[in-house]
Ligand binder design. Structure first.
Ligand code: G3H
Ligand code: 13P
Ligand code: ZN
Length: 309
């Protein structure tokens, strides 16, 4: 089974009111943990690579590792560029065999974002590759953020419709209160579901994407802190909110921080409990297993894509 695009995956997810997990990959153990979970759960899967991950591992290593994972498991996998910041990086990934790219022009004014996104869409579509773009800026809803600040950063529903029509994108990342990393909310976690419902109702059948969707699972934060870490106050998106979003047109849910925490917690625990061990396989093995378990949990209990392959 070669790499696939997300077109059919998203259509099925939209109709079935579930989401497909998009997991960030940086090395072999992360890829193996994720892929093993998806295989066990018979789940569709998106593996995504950031510019930082490409730089860290070198593009060819991640590309070949993903090929190996696909060949080894026979899984239909989407290989996606996460947060491509310009046309060149999107083109480079398309030439490298990625089946999906994100052009993130969210920091630009509306018209510039449209022009950049459209340029990527025209090129990608001519090569059979699908495109995700972003409108609005990711930021948590803090207690002291007033309505006009929120209006300035969250995705405007009418603009979303115009953006989709004028760019021809295949999916749209929206800003409704999530943010990247482990510190998403100062107060109670809160997402703007009213806005999500509005966007979704104006774009029926169109796949939406939720970035910054890690839950920052307390079990991993606690383990990190128990074994020498210092990440107090970490707070993510509760899993019931992710479930709710997946029923409202969100077909792709991005998870990176939860992978980082699961891996780091396992390594910290192992090395603290086994201070004389220095064989990387001994501590990266449990880290890979922690990732497998966490991803299987997300697929089965949160995203709803178990058995949807
Ligand atoms: O959205 C960002 C992802 O978590 C990737 O992070 O750029 O540090 O690889 P990164
Ligand atoms: P988290 O930091 O919440 O895992 O978000 C990851 C993401 O959105 C990658 O694009
Ligand atoms: Zn993101």
């Amino acid at each position: 089974m070669p790499l696939v695009t997300s077109t059919d995956m998203f259509q099925k997810a939209y109709q079935g009111k579930y989401a497909v997990g998009a997991f960030n990959v940086n090395n072999m153990e992360i890829i193996q943990g994720i892929v093993d979970a998806a295989k066990e759960e018979c789940s569709p899967l998106i593996l995504q690579v950031s510019a930082g991950a490409r730089k860290y591992a070198k593009p060819i290593y991640l590309r070949r590792l993903v090929d190996a994972a696909v060949e080894d498991t026979g899984l239909p996998v989407v290989l996606h560029l996460d947060h491509g910041e310009d046309f060149e990086v999107c083109k480079s990934c398309i030439e490298d065999g990625f089946t999906s790219v994100m052009i993130d022009g969210s920091k630009y004014p509306f018209e510039e974002n449209i022009a950049l996104t459209k340029k990527v869409v025209d090129y990608a579509h001519s090569k059979g590759v699908v495109v995700e773009a972003e409108l609005g800026k990711l930021a948590g809803i803090e207690d002291n953020v007033n309505v006009s600040d929120r209006e300035a950063t969250f995705t405007d529903p009418d603009q979303a419709v115009e953006f989709v029509e004028r760019t021809g994108i295949d999916s749209l990342a929206i800003a409704i209160g999530t943010s990247h990393g482990a510190y998403k909310f100062k107060g109670e976690p809160m997402l703007d579901f009213e806005r999500l419902e509005k966007i979704s109702s104006l774009l029926p059948g169109f796949p939406l994407v939720l970035h910054g969707a890690s839950t920052v699972l307390p079990e991993f934060v606690d383990l990190c802190n128990k074994y020498g870490g210092n990440i107090p106050g970490a707070k993510g998106v509760p899993e019931d909110m992710l479930k709710r979003a997946s029923k409202l047109g969100v077909c792709k849910i991005n998870i990176d921080t939860d992978l980082r925490l699961a891996l780091t917690a396992a390594v910290r625990q192992f090395l603290t409990e086994n201070p004389s061990v220095f064989d990387p396989r001994k501590y990266l093995g449990p880290a890979r297993e922690a990732i497998r378990k966490m991803v299987a949990h997300k697929i089965r209990n949160v995203l709803g894509c178990s058995g949807k392959q």
